[in-house]
Design a protein around this ligand. Structure first.
Ligand SMILES: [Zn+2]
Length: 377
């Protein structure tokens, strides 16, 4: 049923088109023309202008011959770098790059699988519900495409995103994440001559961090301080120190609580530091940039979309493993917008590295599962 040569060629064609985030014009052009061959009707939103990308998100519609709620299929067209001059090399059934770039199986394997599934539906004249296919831009840079997607253009309330490693994992939960930058300002002074005239921003940061709960906080929450920069010379009490970190949790209340815990400690330690210089009182201070990177997602085990996937996998004897993820993807945003959406493995592995790879066989298996999901939807 699945045409191995066709899916392999499809993937190779897409992989040779460089498409780092923001520079998606060429891949979008290719996808417009490729989906037109499948009689998909194209709608574009206006994300390009909003986020400064070369392309909008692309929404393709394929009418159904069967009554039923529409099904959404999603993937992203951008890749991480290095992505200049990607040359996919196929050896013994496995695609890799020539070694100097990523391959871009994240997420072109997913797009190739969607296209192969649509080819099969047409060839085998399989009747199905209406399909909405969303191919986003700028997923790899903070889900910018999905965050700026015009959801009024979509009617589906259930769907699958093809965007995780391996082939068996079905992701139904993913954490929310907050990212922060704290800039602490103290008072500079000569460290050897008048240290009492200084307030060390590094000491304030150290005191705050030493009191923090970090690492794995509980089964669904993690926190990390990832970057510290500050100070100018060994003989200067450091005036400014910048601390960057993140908090993730599957539970929105815990996300808020741990974020407050961390920021609160910085505030407490900053408030303790002041000094009198001549007639002037100098207080340490801080600024905070807090960014909610993405909301959490949780699709219930009993949800229609998970039942549909389990049933389809069983019919074709496809092993699946329903689990939680540690990171965020477009599916977090789709769920936030009321589309019950889980993430399927695409066969891609070692992603975000020059060793990235995908087996043609695995892409074929996922395309087969996709055909069955669409048939059963
Ligand atoms: Zn991806």
């Amino acid at each position: 049923m699945i045409n191995l040569a066709r899916i392999s060629d499809e993937f190779a064609r897409q992989a040779t088109i460089d498409s780092p985030s923001f520079k998606e014009a060429e891949i979008a052009g290719y996808l417009r023309q490729r989906f037109a061959q499948l009689n998909a009707e194209l709608t574009e939103d206006n994300a390009a202008e909003k986020i400064g990308s070369q392309s909008n998100n692309l929404i393709f519609r394929i009418p159904g011959q069967k009554e039923g709620a529409p099904l959404l299929l999603s993937a992203h067209m951008d890749t991480v770098g290095p992505a200049k001059g990607v040359e996919p090399v196929l050896r013994e059934g496995v695609f890799r790059s020539s070694g100097n770039t990523i391959l871009g199986a994240d997420d072109k394997a997913g797009i190739a699988e969607i296209i192969e599934a649509l080819e099969v539906l047409r060839e085998q004249k399989i009747t199905h519900v209406p399909l909405e296919i969303v191919i986003t831009v700028c997923e790899e840079v903070g889900l910018l495409g999905a965050k700026n997607l015009d959801f009024s253009l979509l009617s589906a309330k259930r769907g699958v995103a093809l965007d995780t490693t391996g082939i068996s994992d079905v992701i139904h939960m993913a954490p929310a994440a907050n990212r922060f930058t704290v800039q602490i300002t103290g008072q500079e002074a000569h460290a050897g001559v008048v240290p009492e005239n200084g307030i060390s921003s590094i000491m304030i940061a150290a005191r705050a961090i030493s009191r923090m709960k970090l690492g794995r906080i509980d089964h669904e929450t993690t926190a990390n301080i990832g970057i510290i920069t500050g100070g100018e010379a060994t003989n200067i009490i450091p005036r400014t120190t910048q601390v960057k970190g993140e908090i993730r949790s599957h539970n929105p209340l815990k996300l808020k609580e741990i974020t407050q815990h961390i920021i609160g400690l910085f505030e407490e330690e900053v408030a303790k530091e002041s000094l009198h210089l001549e007639d002037q009182k100098i207080n340490a201070s801080m600024t905070l940039e807090l960014l909610n990177e993405y909301p959490s997602m949780k699709v219930d085990q009993q949800a229609d979309i998970l039942q549909l996937i389990c049933k389809s996998a069983e019919i074709i004897d496809f092993p699946i493993n329903i689990k939680a993820a540690g990171g965020g993807s477009d599916a977090n945003i789709l769920n936030e917008q009321g589309i019950e959406c889980v993430i399927l493995g695409t066969g891609m592995n070692k992603v975000h590295s020059v060793e990235e790879e995908v087996r043609v066989d695995d892409m074929a298996k996922v395309a087969h599962l996709l055909v069955e999901i669409i048939r059963q939807a």
